[in-house]
Design a binder for this molecule. Sequence first.
Ligand code: ZN
Length: 436
Amino acid sequence: MAADDSLVIHRADWVLPIADDYGRSVEPIREGAVAVEGEQIVGVGPATAVLAAFDSQVPVREWSGVLMPGLVNAHTHLQYTSYGDMAGTGMPFTEWIAEVIRRRAFTTDDDWANSAADGARMLLETGTTSAADDVTDSPALAPVGATGLGGISYLEEFGYDTANWNSSGRAHLVERLDSAPSSREIGTMAHAIYTLDPEPFADILAIGRQRGMRSQFHLDEPAAEGSFVSSGIGACADNARAAGWDLRLLREGGAGVTPTRFLADLGCLSTHTHAAHGVHCNADDRALLRVNGTVVALCPRSNRILQAGTPPIADYLREGSPIALGTDSLASSPSLDLLDEVRAAFDVARAQGYDAPDLGARLLYAATYGGARAMGRHIRGADTQGRAPYGGLYPGAQADIAVMSIDSAIGSPVDALVLSGHCRATLLRGRVAHSV
Ligand SMILES: [Zn+2]
């Protein structure tokens, strides 16, 4: 193959492709290389083989450590980066969300924009190249787009009973969608079934679908969500009443089922949607998510800080449920570093009895391929607009690559990444977006 100005071979001690074009997990490659042309990967393998496949004039960039797919944060709210002090206050979920709502009244459009831009930078500095970013206030959109971060901005709506949705909420979402900047892929987000009537919840997803967009929602985060859906009682019910929302599940005393069953019956579980949290999902709930192909973004550190419970990570893994990882916002998380979330998930799964040696590899897969699947970009052809997949290193994938330093004294590169990985550089669609 002839030399090309845009062709570069990145070479490192280890290459961790994580996944191939079929989503199968791939073993680490010692002394590996990744060839990148423009925004796409054009070769992956042992360095000797990759170098032999290209002209000797092609520039080679040497890195120490590991090349892996850019991390994919499957649940965050970058506009709340400036609320970072809240994560250390010890407030349980229902108090915390009331405090978020109180602060929102004093946060300006410029604050949202600056906060979201800061969050996007933190992601790029820690090897994350794509994020599912939930956006309640549209001024937070453009600054994230300007950083080049990949992923989807999900325009979030909450606090609508059916009457208010029909009179104003629907028009509000449509106006936001129509005026969203083109620098980010856009989706829709139904906040949660305890802040929206079932009709607006389903409508938010349907509006996204009609526009060829993906959607997201919070699912089974606080334990009180379960009592709200089953019986119309508890802290989520009290909050809804205090906010003046005339929600059907309150009036009817609940639906007698779990939140997951309720949303499945409402037609909200599909391969076009993904859920955040899934803390209290039981075996039947997890099976519903699995058969519908709905990825769950697990955020164990946020759950711990908000005292929302511990997600059944070992069960999700044993059952083969599609999972991803998310940091949630800095208002409920100690960092936006997704490798920190991998470490937390590792400890949770071990404590829950998952003792197989593949734990680190499976969680790195969730933190890359799993997030890409949540956003419909995990394999070639998955994206309806023909955009390149990400979440794995293979020819044809988008050249989103994290360079991680590791403690080489630790045996396997996977274990070393989980225990000691630290981002040294981030390549975003082939270009260095961060480097130290
Ligand atoms: Zn969230």
